[in-house]
Write a protein that binds this ligand. Structure first.
Ligand code: NAD
Length: 248
């Protein structure tokens, strides 16, 4: 029961295929008390049963592009937990048309949406929860190989992930003074709602399955277990890192 007595906030569950679900499940099974956020009313209906399944009745609305939601989030966390030990940021979005065709044709609007929702949101979320994050706490985000390397169709999301990975290092510096760690997991491709927006995603899955040393694709359980390590005290000396969980 590695996470016994720990309180954590999970941002980014859309359904049971979400990577955030795999992480939340692993943390719950290891004893953590969790709170969840939902993007809108349509997703609230999905997140509610998941939070009950994972032993929680604490769910809060959070659209990362709505500054008012962050204030409410901090108040809710203070009321419900006083302090939390960890926060998961598993949020990304880019308009579908920016995830196909040539990167050179990315519009300013699509670029701003991708960067705001997928990168700046990590800063907003971290800032919002900082007053309630315990010393020794941990912040974790999700990234992808399309950040440091070219991956077909990943386009503006690749640029966003590169910025996200850099943000992890700068945040790790700022929060290190408070003994709070900030890391990312670079997950291999997994069929989720967000991934369904990426052109030829099936081809990426197949390529990874054939070429990875473990000869399979990663699962949300694989990511959940590694995430639990980074969110727990086992990783007390690990910060500013991008940890690959992609079957090699
Ligand atoms: P998902 O669709 O299950 O999760 C994405 C989440 O982002 C959803 O819960 C959605 O509600 C949330 N979101 C989108 N816009 C939001 C907004 N404005 N405010 C608040 N929440 C918002 O898909 P996933 O694949 O589990 O994605 C989680 C993270 O993992 C993303 O950062 C994604 O880039 C990353 N990732 C995914 C893969 C993959 O292959 N699926 C691989 C590596 C990294």
């Amino acid at each position: 029961m590695l996470m016994q007595g720990k309180n954590g906030l999970i941002v980014g569950v859309a359904n049971q295929k979400s990577i955030a679900y795999g992480i939340a499940k692993a943390c719950h099974e290891a004893g953590a008390n969790l709170a969840f956020t939902f993007l809108n009313d349509a997703l609230k209906k999905r997140v509610e049963p998941i939070s009950s399944e994972l032993g929680s009745d604490k769910i809060y609305e959070l659209d990362v592009n709505n500054p008012g939601h962050f204030e409410a989030l901090r108040e809710n966390l203070t009321r419900d937990f006083k302090k939390i030990d960890f926060v998961l940021h598993a949020v990304a979005f880019a308009p579908k048309e920016a995830l196909e065709g040539e990167f050179v044709n990315t519009t300013k609007e699509a670029f701003d949406i991708a960067m705001g929702t997928s990168v700046y949101s990590l800063l907003s979320l971290t800032r919002a929860v900082l007053p309630v994050l315990k010393e020794g706490g941990s912040v974790l985000t999700l990234t992808y190989l399309g950040g440091p390397k070219f991956v077909p169709h990943y386009n503006v999301m690749g640029v966003a992930k590169a910025a996200l990975e850099s943000s992890v290092r700068y945040l790790a510096h700022d929060l290190g003074a408070k003994n709070i760690r900030v890391n990312a997991i670079s997950a291999g491709p997994i069929k989720t709602l967000a991934a369904s927006g990426i052109g030829d995603f099936r081809m990426i899955l197949r390529y990874n399955e054939v070429n990875s040393p473990l000869k399979r694709n990663v699962t949300t359980e694989d990511v959940g277990n590694s995430a639990m390590y980074l969110l727990s005290d086992l990783a007390s000396g690990v910060t500013g890192e991008v940890h690959y969980v992609d079957c090699g």
